[in-house]
Design a protein around this ligand. Structure first.
Ligand SMILES: [Mg+2]
Length: 224
C-alpha cells in the first residue's frame, strides 16, 4: 500500500465497528435490540423480526429508515431503545488515540447512530475530545449513509473539500458515494463482510484490517 496521503486535510471516521472491533460485541447487541423493537412493534416472532430488520437495512440504509417511511415510527424512542446496550466490553485504546491525535488536520465522525450514543462509545474508548465534529442521524435528516444526500449535507456542514478528505469505514457500501464525490476511501475488512465476499470493491483505495495499526503504519511511512 502506498499511502500518498500528504494532501489529506480532513480525516473522517465512521463509529461502529470502525473505532472499535467486532470483538467488543456491541453491534450484535444493537442488532438484537433492533429485532426486539421490530418484534414488539409488529407483535411477531424473532425470526420474522430479523428478516424485516435486514430487508429495511438493505433498502433504506437503516432499519429505522424503513420503519419511519413505511410505519411512521417515532425515531427518538427507537434510537433510545436500540442503543440501550452494554458497553462494558469497550475499553480505552491509548494506541488508537495516539494514532488519531497525530493526524495532521481535522478529524470528524460520520455515523448513522445518534450523538448521545456516539459520545458514550467515544468516552468508553478513551477517544473523547479528539474530534472537531460529529455528524449523526439527526443531522443527516434521517437520510443515512449510503444515501448520497447525507454526504452532501455532511460536506456542506463542515465545508469539506472531498478531494482533500479521507473516509475510514467498515461498511464497504458506505464508501461508494464517498469515492464518487472524490474522497479517498479506506475500508476496514473485518472478514465478516457478506456483501463483498471479502474482496475489496473497486471504490476502495486502501484496504486495512485495523485502524490503529494502519495509523501507526502511515506515521512510520511519513517519518521514513
Ligand atoms: Mg460501521
Amino acid at each position: 500500500m502506498s499511502p500518498k496521503l500528504d494532501h489529506i486535510e480532513t480525516w473522517i471516521f465512521d463509529l461502529d465497528l470502525t473505532l472499535y472491533g467486532p470483538e467488543h460485541n456491541i453491534m450484535e447487541q444493537v442488532r438484537d435490540r433492533i429485532a426486539l423493537f421490530v418484534e414488539d412493534y409488529f407483535d411477531i416472532d424473532s425470526e420474522a423480526a430479523h428478516k424485516i430488520r435486514h430487508a429495511y437495512w438493505k433498502s433504506y440504509g437503516t432499519t429505522l429508515g424503513g420503519l419511519m417511511a413505511e410505519h411512521g415510527v417515532d425515531l427518538h424512542s427507537y434510537l433510545d431503545f436500540v442503543h440501550d446496550v452494554d458497553l462494558s466490553l469497550l475499553n480505552p485504546s491509548d494506541r488508537l488515540r495516539a494514532g488519531i491525535e497525530a493526524l495532521p488536520g481535522r478529524k470528524l465522525i460520520f455515523t448513522n447512530a445518534d450523538a448521545p450514543y456516539a459520545e458514550r462509545v467515544l468516552a468508553k474508548r478513551g477517544l473523547d475530545g479528539l474530534f472537531t465534529g460529529l455528524f449523526d442521524i439527526h443531522q443527516m435528516e434521517h437520510r443515512p449513509k449510503p444515501k448520497p444526500e447525507s454526504y452532501d449535507r455532511f460536506c456542506g456542514h463542515f465545508d469539506i473539500n472531498p478531494a482533500t478528505a479521507l473516509f475510514v469505514e467498515d461498511s464497504a457500501h458506505n464508501l461508494e458515494p464517498a469515492k464518487a464525490i472524490g474522497m479517498t476511501t479506506v475500508w476496514i475488512n473485518h472478514a465478516t463482510d457478506h456483501e463483498s465476499g471479502g474482496e475489496a470493491p473497486h471504490y476502495v483505495d486502501h484496504e486495512i484490517t485495523d485502524v490503529a495499526d494502519w495509523l501507526h503504519y502511515i506515521k512510520e511511512q511519513e517519518a521514513a
